[in-house]
Ligand binder design. Structure first.
Ligand code: COS
Length: 387
């Protein structure tokens, strides 16, 4: 009951409450026994399952001109993250990978890919980071040169989620219209393009499909260009504005699960002759956890609501939501581990899994310090002092 009370907040409409309740019921019934042994297979199955049940329809608008509903995306991620980190990942990557097509694609690009990503019959990936440019997107080196009716891509991408299993990648490349941020463009590259090689599969703290990709003489037709040449940086940033908010929502879901596990534990477990919940020091931790969760939820749904209300850019709000929610969730989960004692670090225990899963969220889609830069620049530009 307490968990869902935020659904009464004025950010939401009745359809959002219905979505959260229906998805919660579906997740409880469908995500209990996900076998994570083979991560690729688990993700393929989850994408198919989420698509068949209709949930992936939220990740890309069905008709041209329709907007992504960020509150629905955020509620879906929060709900899935409470049950299974890989389910949240599979859902989110369909949205992020297809995001540039949803937001900036031509009708034929949309028709070629979005029905499949929505149905869960095609897996999407967003290929932005490179070995020498993670936080500094304007420094992207992977080159795309025009050759007749094609572009030819050469270079590397790394840390690409769904790398190795994606059916298509949205790849950001340097086309050179201008130096830095103004010389990038976005392309759709089919997963089976012979010029696209999976150079290395990367294993991380909380396993999910991840790869370093090499592009060697990788030819794509001019029709694979999203938007106009030189618009790639803005396409990437506008996509991240939407999805960064939802990273905060996933962190919120992890944190809520950690609090729920902890409340269950401290109510049952006896310490010094009484349930742990009676110790004021334990109560202090519970209070801090609940406070961090509510503050994170307010920031996440404020950002989502602003975007859904028609704001053109929500960079500042999205950065605040991602920064605060991911950092707060890390603290909440750390406290949950502590209050679980030895069980908290036991492999496979829910809070041990959460402890591994939360860490990357403070890094991907813009590390915490990048979010601080975005927030500070927004404040400075409001007073006309843009650095
Ligand atoms: N929406 C639309 N346009 C945007 C924008 C946004 N959210 N953010 C920036 N722009 C525009 C700017 O207005 C500017 O336009 P003009 O050239 O017309 O003035 C241009 O893009 C360049 O912006 P800026 O000067 O802020 O670029 P920087 O190189 O300083 O980069 C940061 C800014 C650091 C914020 C950016 O590189 C970033 O977000 N890095 C993190 C990347 C990331 O998330 N990586 C993870 C990959 S996905 S796992």
């Amino acid at each position: 009951m307490m968990r869902d009370s935020h659904l009464d907040w004025p950010f939401f409409e009745p359809r959002h409450r219905a979505l959260a309740e229906n998805l919660d019921a579906w997740a409880r019934a469908s995500l209990a026994d996900i076998d994570h042994g083979d991560t690729d297979a688990a993700c393929r199955r989850l994408v198919a399952q989420l698509g068949a049940a209709g949930w992936l329809a939220l990740t890309a608008p069905g008709s041209e001109g329709a907007a992504l509903d960020v509150r629905s995306l955020a509620l879906a991620r929060e709900t899935l993250a409470r049950y299974d980190g890989l389910a949240d990942f599979s859902f989110a990557m369909q949205g992020l990978g297809a995001g540039p097509i949803s937001l900036f694609g031509t009708p034929s690009q949309r028709a070629a890919w979005l029905p499949k990503t929505r149905a869960g019959t095609a897996i999407a990936a967003f290929a932005l980071s490179e070995p020498a440019s993670g936080s500094d997107v304007a420094n992207i080196a992977l080159a795309a040169r025009r050759d007749g009716d094609a572009y030819v891509l050469d270079g590397e991408k790394t840390w690409i989620s769904n790398g190795g299993i994606a059916d298509f990648y949205v790849v950001f490349a340097r086309t050179g219209e201008a130096p830095g941020a103004r010389g990038l463009s976005a392309f759709i590259v089919d997963g089976d393009n012979p010029g696209l090689l999976v150079a290395e599969r990367l294993s991380v703290l909380a396993p999910h499909p991840l790869a370093r990709l090499r592009f060697e003489n990788c030819r794509v037709p001019v029709s694979a260009l999203i938007g106009r040449p030189g618009e790639g940086f803005k396409i990437a940033m506008a996509t991240l504005d939407v999805f960064r908010t939802t990273v905060g929502a996933a962190a919120l879901g992890f944190a809520r699960r950690a609090l729920a596990e902890t409340v269950g534990r401290v109510a049952r477990r006896e310490l010094f002759g009484a349930p742990m919940a009676e110790l004021q020091m334990v109560q202090g931790h519970l209070a801090d956890m609940a406070l961090a969760i509510d503050a994170a939820a307010l920031l996440v749904y404020r950002a989502a609501w602003r975007k859904d209300s028609g704001a053109a850019r929500i960079s500042r709000e999205a950065a605040m939501a991602k920064l605060y929610a991911t950092e707060a969730a890390q603290r909440v989960i750390d406290a949950a581990v502590q209050l679980h004692g030895g069980d908290g670090v036991r492999s496979g225990h829910p809070v041990e899994t959460l402890y591994r899963e939360i860490r990357a969220l403070r890094i991907y889609e813009g590390a915490s310090d990048v979010q601080r830069i975005i927030i500070a620049r927004a404040i400075l530009s409001e007073i006309g002092a843009q650095p």
